[in-house]
Design a protein around this ligand. Sequence first.
Ligand code: MEV
Length: 429
Amino acid sequence: METSRIPGFYNMTVDERRQLLGTMNLFTEENTEYLFSKDPLPTDTADNMIENVIGTFPLPLGLGLNFLINGKDYCIPMAIEEPSVVASASHIAKIVRNTGGFTTEATDRVMTGQIQVVGCPDFNAAKETIMKEKDALIEAANNAYPSLMKRGGGAEDLEVRLLNGESDSKYGQMLILHLYINTCDAMGANMVNTMAESLAPVVEDLTDGKVYLRILSNYPDRCLARARCVIPPDMLQTSDFSGEEVRDGVIHAYEFAASDPYRAVTHNKGIMNGIDPVVIATGNDWRAVEAGAHAHAARDGMYTSMTVWSKDEEGNLVGELELPMSVGTVGGSIRVHPIAKLAHKLLNVDSAQELAGVIVAVGLAQNLGALKALATDGIQKGHMALHSRSVAIAAGATGEMIDMISERLIDEKEIRVGKAKELVEEYKK
Ligand code: MEV
């Protein structure tokens, strides 16, 4: 992708947008056929993905534009039903690209497998025995999934946690073995579960206990991605607010979320507004990403803001977001879902780490979009503008008619398709 700046994309028809993408050599003919197809996820394919299939459930697929991340341009596929999200992310990305873009980084993709052991005669001794056999256990885990080592990944570390050791504990004592596995470019749930299950008999022998659960943890705190942006206040200025006012409003909004779980939930929902659509479009497990993100937001014992917004010495607004990001670029539904395949092609990422960085950058942009609006005009103004446009289009408005009718609907405080149809008729006369 040479650039993700496509001026006027917003005002094109869907066909014009598709044609433009075609001329940019993003897709092969086969790819565009899927986009134009009325049935991009064939029922047969769906039937092989889950049980009891009766159909498919389409969502709008939009493109987040203007994203410059670590010096590379991205057009970001976003599958979402909520208006304003794609527009807001693209608006903020446009501001941030003028200041050098987002910077991101991601750790190795190390997932966590958990093995639960109960009934050990001596939990401390069991922990010691396991730690003595650490290397042998890691090797045994790797033998259960040898192909992963060939790809440069595999089990690489192990830890033991003892839970509920206190005499007044409400729950039974247990030993929890954490197996850390680099799953390379795969989300890796199957790999992790296979390895964890394979260790169960030997763990029972070593601990004299009984193994119950052997499963991946959806809080992969060794698989993190971070995004950062630095924005001079003059770039935040609007017609009614100075850049400094916007910057300070964003920081106050952040401090509200940082200190109040009731606000943090909504603040973080706005971040996930950006993250989930990319996770969904790329065929990844958004429930896993959601669960891990919220756990990370509560890692210090209180549920708080996922992002941090501050002012640096030059007065710039600085935004940061760190989240666990268990996404993959290979395997699972990515291999079978035609639109997910297309989304990966469009994103043009070389690794799951790169994808994780892109996703957190979108989350950070989305958060700033929401906070900037909330701390200034409020979000309804933008929402209404977008909503009235789609009402105008639904009523048959095209071209320049769309904006004119949309403005009239807002001015007359009647954003209804019936009213828009009347205005379309009036316009045509
Ligand atoms: C709406 O989907 C998301 C927001 O509520 C997020 C926020 O309040 O920060 C606008």
